[in-house]
Design a protein around this ligand. Structure first.
Ligand SMILES: NC(=O)c1ccc[n+]([C@@H]2O[C@H](COP(=O)([O-])OP(=O)(O)OC[C@H]3O[C@@H](n4cnc5c(N)ncnc54)[C@H](OP(=O)(O)O)[C@@H]3O)[C@@H](O)[C@H]2O)c1
Length: 253
């Protein structure tokens, strides 16, 4: 149920990675609070499943790495609804990749999805965000600031996301555009499953994570989504350049 203090009525929001996990929960939460949401991702069927859950979500199947994808996404939202108020750069990929196995191609892949695509999308949305004093919410990770043995390049992409967040906040403040990020801890989604682990290894890692998190479990996508909405809240006018850990206290240990 929408909470009463948040309203995105008639605001236009772009959410990347809206076909699953945190992105789906975020797209639906914005729609439940009155927004028109463009849900972006590669898998049309997954996006349609999100859109089926709320008429406020319109799917756009596109690979954010494709040439001109950023302009296509921004134009799809602006042409349809005449404005863009919020960009949520959520689409991301994880790769377990010990240094000994790193290749130029796999490093480039990670940076293209996690760093380059959000940057180009932010650039494409910029004129619209300026016009409506909108905001950007990026999605980092616990490992944007913590080291991660065996997935150093993933961690490096998220560290980059955090520096982009702070630097854009400073650069765009004069335009009235706020830029913040969430740094989720381990959260139930397709992300870990897509990292190529065996079911046994997956279960072991999930249990280890739950045991380490002070609140005693992994997070749920809607528990992250609610903070993405709060950072994007048009009433949160005095908040910019912040990275909010949404992690059951993991940052503290
Ligand atoms: N789950 C966690 O424990 C956790 C923790 C910290 C941070 N995060 C971050 O949270 C964000 C969301 O991840 P999630 O956990 O919700 O995992 P997820 O379910 O795997 O979601 C990732 C989304 O990104 C989309 N995506 C990936 N590559 C894309 C591309 N080239 N073009 C367009 N869309 C693309 C995927 O859709 P398609 O495959 O259909 O394209 C998918 O919907 C990511 O940035 C992730 O790094 C997750």
């Amino acid at each position: 149920m929408p909470s009463t203090d948040l309203s995105f009525a008639d605001r236009v929001v772009i959410v990347t990675g809206a076909g699953s996990g945190i992105g789906r929960a975020t797209a639906l939460a914005f729609a439940e609070h009155g927004a028109h949401v463009l849900g972006v991702g590669r898998r049309a069927q997954a996006l349609e499943e999100t859109a089926r859950q709320h008429p406020g979500v319109v799917p756009l199947a596109i690979d954010v790495r494709a040439p001109h994808a950023a302009d296509t996404v921004a134009a799809a939202a602006a042409d349809r609804w005449g404005r863009i108020d919020v960009l949520v750069n959520n689409a991301g990929i994880t790769a377990l990749m010990p240094l000994a196995q790193a290749t130029a191609e796999s490093i480039t892949d990670l940076f293209e999805v996690n760093v380059t695509a959000p940057s180009l999308l932010a650039r494409a949305a910029l004129p619209h965000l300026r016009e409506h004093r909108g905001s950007i919410v990026n999605v980092s990770s616990t490992y944007g600031r913590r080291p991660l043995a065996g997935a150093s390049h993933y961690a490096a992409t998220k560290a980059a996301v955090e520096q982009l967040t702070r630097s854009w906040a400073l650069e765009l403040a004069a335009d009235g555009i706020r830029v913040n990020a969430v740094a989720p801890g381990p959260t139930e989604s397709e992300a870990l499953g897509a990292a190529g682990l065996s079911p046994e290894m997956l279960a072991r890692i999930k249990q280890q994570e739950a045991d380490t998190i002070p609140l005693g479990r992994r997070g749920e996508p809607h528990e992250v989504a609610t903070w993405i909405l709060r950072l994007a809240d048009p009433n949160a006018v005095w908040l910019t350049g912040q990275i909010l850990a949404v992690d059951g206290g993991l940052e503290l240990v």
